[in-house]
Structure formats: C-alpha cells, structure tokens
Write a protein that binds this ligand. Structure first.
Ligand SMILES: CCCCC/C=C\C/C=C\C/C=C\C/C=C\C/C=C\CC/C=C/C(=O)SCCNC(=O)CCNC(=O)[C@H](O)C(C)(C)COP(=O)(O)OP(=O)(O)OC[C@H]1O[C@@H](n2cnc3c(N)ncnc32)[C@H](O)[C@@H]1OP(=O)(O)O
Ligand code: FAD
Length: 634
C-alpha cells in the first residue's frame, strides 16, 4: 500500500487554489522549460547517488575529517561529470555554486577554485600556446589549480602586493619570491592541501623596473607525491608568466593594464547569481516555517495564528522574497553584458570594460550586502529554531557574508563604482550606465507614486547623488585639497552615489523584465506586486536619498507607506506558492524548518538525535569533571 505522504495541513491549505502556474515561474528563473528539465535531471542524477550522502552530519566531524569527506565527494562528483545528463559546463556551474553543489558539499568544494578562478584565469589571460599547454591538462584534472593573489599584508591594494617575479634574461626564467612574512600568499582556496598549481599574482620586475602585477603559472607540489616543491616557502620556482608581455627579454606593455583584473570581473558576475541562490534558500526555509509555526494570540480567544499572519513577519519576509526576483533578473542582465563585453574584448574592443567593471562591482557589492542582511532577517524570523546549526541558516549566512569580502571588499568596490560614475558624469561619455547619468529626468521634480513615477525617483537619486559627490570633490578642490584627500573626504557621498546607482540598475532590470517578459496574466500580476513592493521598500528604507534629490514630500511618503502595507497583505496568500516556484529540493535546502512537507517538529527531533552527545544518557565527561566538582563542596 502506498505510504501516505505527510503534508502539514497549514502548508496544504496555503497551496490550495494557487492563482498562477508555479512552473511558469520555475521556467522563468531557470531560463526556460528545457533548462528546468535539464536541472531536474541533473539533480536526480547527483542526489540519488548514495555515495554522495553524509553518513553523519558534517558538523560532528573534525576539521581534518570534514576536509577528507568533502574531498572524497568532490572527486566522486568529478568522476560523475563525464556521464552528466546536462553536459560539462552546466554541470560544473551547478556543482560550484550554492544550489546543487552545496547540497552535496556542505562545508565547501575543495575543487571550486580550480573551476571558478584558475581555469577562467587561463582562458582570459593565457596566450594561445599557454592555453594549448595548460587548459586541456586543467580540464582533464591532470592538475588542480588555484588563484593566489591575496597576501597576509594585502588583499585589496593590488599595486601593494609584495610577491616579486624577477625576470632573468640570461636563463629566461622568472624568479618568484616572497620577500617578507606579509608577502605570504594567504586566503587562496585549495592552496593549503589540494592544489598543485596556482596562478600567482606578482609584481613583475625586469631590467630593474617594476612593471606592476602580472599573473604567473606556478607549480606548487610534486604531481606524484603531492609534496611541496623544494623551496616552496621562499619560492624559487620555475613559474611561467601567463600572458605574453616578455618578448625576447623586452617587456611589452599590454594593450590594457586592466586586463589582468579580468578574472575578478568574471567571479563578481557569478557571485551575484550565487548569493541570490543562497537568498532563495533562506527565504524558502523562513516562509514555509512561518506558515507552519503557530505562536501567540492575534485575536483574543482564537487559536494561535500562523506567524506569517503577523504584518511584522510579512514585513520581514516579503521584501527578501521580492529581492530574489530582483537580484536574479539583474544578475541575468549583468551576465549578458559580461558575455557581450568579453566577446568584444577578444576582438580587441575594450570599450565596454569600464561599464562592465562598474556594474559588476556595483551588483556584487549590492547583492552580497543585501542578501547578507536579508538572510539574517530570515534567520531571526524563525526564532530559536532558526539559530540551530541544522536550520542551515548559519551556513547560508557564512556563505553570503564571505561574498561581501572576497572578490573585492564591498567598500572598495563601491568606491570603484563611484570612480567610474564621477568620470562618466564629468566626461558625459561612457557606455551603458551613461543612460542613467545623461538620460536624467528633465522637467519638474513633482512626484507621482505610480511604478513609472517611482522609477523616475530612483533615476533622480542616482544622478543627484553623483552630482552631490562631485560638488563635494569640487568644494575640497577649491579649498586647495589634493585630489586624493578630496576623494577620501567625500567617501561617504561617493558610496551613497554608488549604491543609488546600483539600486537603479536593479530596479530598472526588474521593471524592464516584466515589460519584456512573455508572462501569463496571473504570473505578471504577482510579479508586478513583488516588483512594486520591493521598489517601495527600498525607497522607504533610503528615503533620505530621495528627499535630497527630488520634491518627495511627507505626504508622498505616507501614501507610499500605505501602498506598501497593502501590498504585504496582497502578496501574503501567495508566499508559499512563490517559494514553491523556486523548486528547491529538500536536499538543497538542507533544513528541517524548510522541508516541503512542513513536518518540522519531527525532523528537528530526528536531527537532534543524530548528535553524538545524544548517543548515551550520561557523557563520560560527567565522571571526569562534573562529579568531582559536585563532590568538592566548593
Ligand atoms: C571552466 C568552466 C567554469 C564552470 C563554472 C565556474 C564558475 C561559475 C559557476 C559557479 C560559481 C558560483 C559561485 C562562485 C562563488 C564563489 C566564488 C568562489 C570563490 C571565491 C574565492 C575568492 C577569490 C578572491 O577573493 S580573489 C582576490 C580578489 N581580490 C580583489 O578583488 C582585489 C580588490 N581590489 C582591487 O580590485 C583593487 O583595489 C583595484 C580596484 C584594482 C584598485 O586598485 P588600483 O590599482 O588602486 O586601481 P585604481 O587606481 O583604483 O583603478 C585603476 C584603473 O583600473 C580600473 N579597474 C580596476 N579594477 C578593474 C577591473 N577589475 N576590471 C577593469 N578595470 C578595473 C579602474 O576603473 C581604473 O580605471 P580608470 O583609471 O580608467 O578610472
Ligand atoms: C572566504 C574567502 C575566500 C577567499 N578566497 C581567496 C582566493 O581564493 N584567492 C585570493 O587571492 N584571495 C581570496 N580571498 C581574499 C579576499 O580577496 C580579500 O580578503 C579581499 O580582497 C579583501 O582584502 P583584505 O583582506 O586585504 O581587506 P582590507 O582591504 O585590508 O580591508 C580592511 C578594511 O580596509 C578598508 N579599505 C581597504 N582599502 C580601502 C580603500 N582604498 N578605501 C577605503 N577603505 C579601504 C576595507 O573597506 C575594510 O573595511 C578570500 C577571502 C575570503 C573571506
């Protein structure tokens, strides 16, 4: 007899009479029906493999055992890659990120850097000959690489990196050395125990002159024994300069000194998608749990309500729910820009590189910081159970907050965006973003609180805050301050301008996607409600920016507040159906709070029972420590 599938009655009720086709949203997020089919096939292919399941929860293993277990599974995944139903690159993309990858490798993928940075560095910066030599070896996993740029003393300031690569024209070799403790490469993933090669960023010295940071291929470990090569600490290795700037002993300047930064742009672009996947997981867990959890008393004498029925809970969870769509659509736009710019760069056309740099910094900083804040709100919305390790919130939060630092610490990236905006605004030149800066809203600054009217407010804030920052820079300049001091003294304004520009890009992406998208009426309705909720939410959160740059009044704000709470109530009935549309399997959510069937309490209990401490009534430490204390009559 088929086993009755349990479904929490509250969740079951939430799912009744869904007014839109959930699969239509699933296909939208996957990039089409075929992509959804491919993703589900790949998930079944990977998640059905018993060898990829954890015998015990990872949190109960030692550090070394965690590493060994993750490496075992990562290597098994690579063996499965060849037979993957989705093909190599889509499978790798799925296995390297926060979705399917983290369902199997919960503590991290020891091979991630090989695919996320090492191979992209070879593809983006190696010469044809170098690619012929290294790419096949890397693709065939006959070598494991990482990307070693950050040092103990420097991560942000690349011009301050201390690792030196000195070219010896006699031997036609590069001598790599770490001249000081602070020059030690620190942080590169896989560098400690896994990688046997690395792309090492070092200051190139030739004929006594420093030519700045360049990438070098360096072998770290013996390919047979995996022992570090001799002198690995004070590297005197046989590195190869990736990219051909030394021709017959003479340094040839690259067409563009910024190309060596290209790898970082790629990762910043994919990070936007990755933090959005993590945010989708957190929102799904918190939303389902908030419809299962009943607590307190809303109406005197009534049954305890679902906590999702508190407006305060809706205010916590519906903006992040809306953000998952906003960030996904913006990340899709950025991904398309990346491909266009990259194809142009391969033809020698670098015109879009500043736009790509500006927007990738903006979106990476915005999505990672907003996702980190929203994930913490989701965690808090689940009360005590949200604090448990098994809720998966601690791991998700650790992953999204890491993204605020790696691939460019967010503040540094905001200032890069500001540098790009100030330059673009002053020169009235540049590409993509210029439409925001030049196409500024003309005419009276009266406010209308329609969707179009609100988008115009975002444009006014984006342009207006750049102008405020420029005015600050000019004021400092008139006082005789040097440009670098003026820049530092305007940092607060510059960062606000950068953030307003990033928000405008996300808002425009969301609105434009709804205009362009071929959506059914019910899906368009619910996504439009989410879009309006989100852009009003951000406006209310940043109302100072809008007061500064438009004729927004207190009356307008009160009206927008009313609209906001109306939208909370309108979207609330569809919250579970919307997160169901993400189609995140329980194994990917990896949380008893967020499981599809809502059987939360039994799953929490089962998880707690897995703890080694719960394998006996009295732990041995009682006899060693507690009992003597109890007898000691202190
Ligand atoms: C092979 C198949 C692949 C399959 C799939 C693989 C992957 C994808 C799929 C899934 C992956 C999913 C998720 C990934 C998840 C996580 C990622 C994994 C691991 C993360 C590991 C982390 C790695 C790292 O952190 S690496 C180290 C990163 N470090 C940094 O980013 C340093 C940040 N600092 C800087 O960038 C510098 O401070 C600076 C910005 C360069 C400033 O330095 P400075 O010299 O002072 O420059 P400026 O004077 O300010 O500017 C000079 C000039 O240059 C321009 N510029 C600066 N940077 C760039 C750039 N990056 N691109 C272009 N142009 C740049 C700048 O605008 C200025 O120009 P101007 O003079 O014209 O104004
Ligand atoms: C999980 C993780 C994985 C990583 N993986 C890798 C890897 O695989 N390979 C690799 O090479 N690196 C890696 N990194 C290192 C990472 O790239 C650096 O930590 C990052 O670039 C920040 O640099 P930093 O640590 O020097 O911070 P710092 O720049 O020292 O930041 C400290 C403070 O100084 C501020 N600051 C610095 N410069 C400025 C400025 N110009 N203006 C204003 N404020 C400033 C920052 O905003 C910050 O508040 C990883 C880091 C993490 C957390």
């Amino acid at each position: 007899m088929s086993k009755e599938i349990y479904e929490n009655p509250d969740l079951k009720k939430e799912r009744q009479n869904c007014p839109f086709n959930k699969e239509e949203i699933t296909h939208l997020l996957d990039g089409g029906k075929e992509k959804t089919i491919e993703r589900k096939q790949l998930e079944n292919y990977i998640l059905s493999d018993e060898q990829l399941k954890d015998a015990v929860p990872m949190e109960y293993l030692s550090h070394a055992d965690k590493y060994a277990e993750e490496l075992r599974k990562a290597c098994l995944l690579m063996h499965k890659l060849a037979d993957s139903p989705a093909g190599q690159v889509p499978t790798l993309r799925a296995l390297m990120g926060a979705g399917l990858g983290s369902a199997v490798l919960k503590e991290g993928n020891p091979l991630a850097l090989h695919y996320v940075m090492f191979i992209p560095a070879l593809m983006g910066q190696g010469t044809i000959d170098q690619q012929a030599k290294w790419l096949e070896k890397a693709y065939n996993l006959n070598m494991i690489g990482t990307y070693a740029q950050t040092e103990l003393g420097h991560g942000t300031f690349l011009r301050g990196l201390e690792t030196r690569a000195t070219y010896d024209p006699k031997t036609q070799e590069f001598i790599l050395e770490s001249p000081s403790l602070t020059a030690y490469k620190w942080w590169p993933g896989s560098l400690g125990k896994t990688a046997n090669y690395a792309v090492v960023m070092a200051q190139l010295y030739t004929k006594g002159k420093c030519e700045g940071t360049h990438p070098f291929m360096v072998q770290l470990r013996d390919e047979e024994t995996h022992e570090p090569l001799p002198g690995i600490v004070n590297m005197w290795l046989n590195p190869v300069c990736i990219s051909s700037y030394i021709h017959y002993g003479t340094y040839v300047k690259p067409t563009n000194s910024k190309l060596s930064y290209a790898t970082m742009v790629f990762v910043r672009v994919v990070v936007c998608q990755d933090v959005t996947t993590n945010l989708r997981k957190a929102v799904t867990i918190a939303t389902r749990y908030s419809c299962v959890r009943r607590q307190s008393e809303l109406k005197p004498g009534d049954r305890e309500p679902q906590v999702m029925d508190y407006q305060a809970q809706q205010n916590k969870l519906l903006p992040p729910l809306a953000a998952t769509f906003a960030f996904q659509l913006a990340a899709d736009h950025l991904w398309n820009l990346y491909h266009t710019a990259n194809n142009n760069i391969e033809q020698g056309d670098l015109e879009l590189l500043p736009d790509l740099h500006g927007l990738s910094c903006a979106l990476k900083a915005l999505c990672s910081s907003e996702a980190a804040n929203f994930v913490e709100v989701c965690r808090q919305s689940c009360g005590g159970h949200g604090y448990m390790s098994c809720s998966n919130f601690p791991r998700i939060y650790g992953q999204v907050t890491a993204a605020e630092t790696y691939e460019g610490e967010n503040t540094v990236l905001w200032l890069q965006v500001a540098r790009y905006l100030v330059k673009t605004r002053k020169e009235q030149s540049g590409g993509l973003s210029v439409k925001y800066l030049i196409g500024e809203e003309k005419g009276p600054k009266t406010v209308d609180t329609t969707l179009e009217g609100i988008v115009k407010l975002y444009r006014r804030a984006a342009v207006g805050l750049v102008d405020v920052a420029i005015a600050e820079l000019d004021k400092s300049g008139r006082k005789g301050e040097a440009p670098h001091d003026a820049w530092n003294h305007a940092a607060v304004y510059l960062i606000k301008a950068a953030q307003a520009h990033a928000r405008l890009f996300v808002v425009e992406s969301f609105v434009d996607s709804l205009k362009e998208g071929k959506l059914s009426a019910p899906v368009r309705t619910v996504l439009s409600q989410l879009c309006e909720l989100f852009i009003i939410y951000w406006l209310l959160e940043r109302s100072g920016d809008f007061f500064l740059c438009s004729n927004l009044t207190k009356q307008d704000l009160l009206l927008l507040n009313s609209k906001y709470v109306e939208l909370l109530a309108a979207i609330r009935p569809q919250a579970v159906n919307l997160v169901d549309s993400f189609d995140l399997r329980d194994e990917v959510l990896n949380s008893p709070l967020g499981c599809w069937d809502g059987n939360v309490y039994q799953r929490l209990f089962d998880e707690a029972a897995k703890s080694p401490l719960n394998q006996s009534n009295v732990h041995e430490s009682f006899h060693k420590y507690l009992k003597p204390l109890l007898k000691s009559n202190l």
